[in-house]
Design a protein around this ligand. Structure first.
Ligand code: AMP
Length: 448
């Protein structure tokens, strides 16, 4: 027998083989700036997604999905900083310039017009979408090159109640998840206000040697978009931004009223917010209200610029993509940031499906029968889970508890032989023997 073969003919890997294998693995390891989501992280992702989806659906939002690949043109010119450094661009075999989407909003707006949703859906139209987005970020912690966003957009509503609803959704869900946040709010006014403000800001940065203190990127950006300088995280630039003129002083009456109304709503809803005159967002298409959700650390400090999500009003973008004047607000939430915040705090959320039934089984024969029962109950519309591969009742009951099942059905040898099943109420721990024939009726009675 060759040295490298075991008795059962399984090949044994030599050290060299292992070396080769690990080298091979290294070659196929994940790309820089990407993440695998496993275990508790995945569970949290599902739970966060489910609560958001549930919340949006209750408020009449419709879910939609748009392609990951879109025409590159759509995304260009919207970044405050250099788009060519952020977008992943691809040229198709037909020479079409495509890009991996860098956010969800623009695809949603494109689809809104392309499918004439403006005429076929109730107005204002409320849409939401979840999926991966891609940005060529500098590699640093908490900044990925592929990450997941969940977006909610309200199209066709010009009142501040739209912004208030989006902010309130995230604020109250964070509370429910155990995350303390402070909402940063600002108003960027309308194009005309921004124009006047930009001129004033430009002059400020050129005053008394201010320009010389700016980082190289901000120096370049000054002519293109001075608002972007307020967002820079370089120490000197942040110092200068502190003393910069504020856009609130440039708002016209309509924008001022809109912003005051939003603040009134947030007060009424008891949302914790902070007026942040330097909040401008990374994309340049916003007007009037903008907002971001910043976490509060255990020491009470607000985590500057570590946004879990953000959004604002973007009437201008709609006009650019669809050529029509439709007022709109939206927000994008960063799922990975939310997940890692939950992890920091040791919080694990579990999705809480209603009236969950867990089916446990205790022998090879019971496994087969329980598959049948599982299918019967699934077809009847029960929300049912199982763990067919498990053998220990203790483990299965633990899983049922973790999933917050209301009922656990247990099928062992005895039940199998007399065509019954044990029905355990997970709250009280009380168990009853139920004939399999009566199971559906008994479950309907119990769960209703
Ligand atoms: P933005 O579209 O830039 O407003 O981003 C919305 C949210 O997505 C942010 O508040 C973050 O939570 C998240 N996010 C943005 N960029 C990244 C990134 N590079 N890596 C991980 N999450 C991100």
């Amino acid at each position: 027998m060759p040295k490298t073969m075991k008795k059962n003919n399984e090949p044994q890997l030599s050290k060299k083989d292992v070396g080769l294998r690990s080298r091979a693995l290294k070659d196929v390891s994940r790309a820089l700036g990407t993440k695998d989501l496993l275990g508790d992280d995945f569970s949290n992702l599902e739970a966060v997604k489910m609560s958001l989806i549930d919340f949006f659906k209750r408020y009449g939002f419709t879910e939609m999905e748009t392609p990951i690949l879109e025409k590159a043109e759509m995304f260009k010119n919207n970044f405050r900083r250099d788009a060519s450094k952020e977008l992943y661009e691809i040229t198709s075999d037909k020479g079409e310039k495509l890009a991996l989407r860098s956010e969800l909003t623009q695809g949603i707006i494109r689809a809104f017009f392309e499918h004439d949703l403006i005429n076929s859906m109730p107005q204002p139209t409320r849409l939401f979408s979840v999926g991966p987005v891609f940005r060529q970020e500098k590699l640093q912690s908490s900044r990925y090159r592929q990450f997941t966003q969940i977006n909610a957009e309200i199209l066709g509503e010009n009142k501040a109640v739209a912004e208030a609803l989006l902010i309130y959704t995230m604020f109250s869900l964070c509370k429910e998840w155990g995350l303390d946040i402070e909402v940063q709010i600002n108003s960027l006014g309308k194009s005309e206000c921004q124009k006047e403000y930009k001129t004033r800001l430009n002059a400020y940065y050129k005053e008394r040697g201010n320009r010389a203190k700016l980082c190289n990127e901000c120096k370049k950006l000054l002519a293109k978009d001075p608002l972007a300088l307020l967002d820079c995280t370089e120490k000197e630039c942040m110092g200068l931004a502190e003393g910069a003129p504020q856009i609130v002083d440039f708002l016209d009456e309509e924008s001022r009223d809109h912003f005051s109304k939003l603040v009134e709503y947030l007060d009424e809803l008891e949302v914790k917010y902070n007026f942040n005159p330097r909040l401008v967002r990374g994309l340049n298409y916003y007007n009037d209200a903008v907002f971001e959700f910043w976490p509060i650390a255990d020491n009470g400090q607000v985590q500057y610029k570590y946004a879990l999500g953000g959004g604002g009003r973007y009437d201008k973008l709609i006009e650019k993509i669809g050529g029509q004047d439709v007022p709109a607000v939206g927000m994008a939430l960063g799922m990975e940031r939310i997940l890692y915040k939950l992890k920091d705090k040791g919080l694990i959320l579990f999705p809480q499906p209603e009236n969950l039934i867990f089916l446990a089984q205790l022998s090879e024969q019971a496994k087969l029968k329980s598959m049948q029962i599982f299918e019967d109950l699934r077809r009847e519309g029960f929300n049912i889970r199982n763990s067919f591969a498990a053998n220990s009742l203790k483990k299965q009951l633990e899983e049922a508890k973790q999933l917050q099942a209301r009922v656990c059905l247990i099928l062992g040898k005895k039940e199998l032989s007399d065509d019954t099943i044990l029905l355990r109420d997970m709250d009280s721990g009380v168990q009853e023997i139920v004939p399999q024939k009566k199971l559906i009726k008994d479950l309907q009675k119990k769960l209703n």
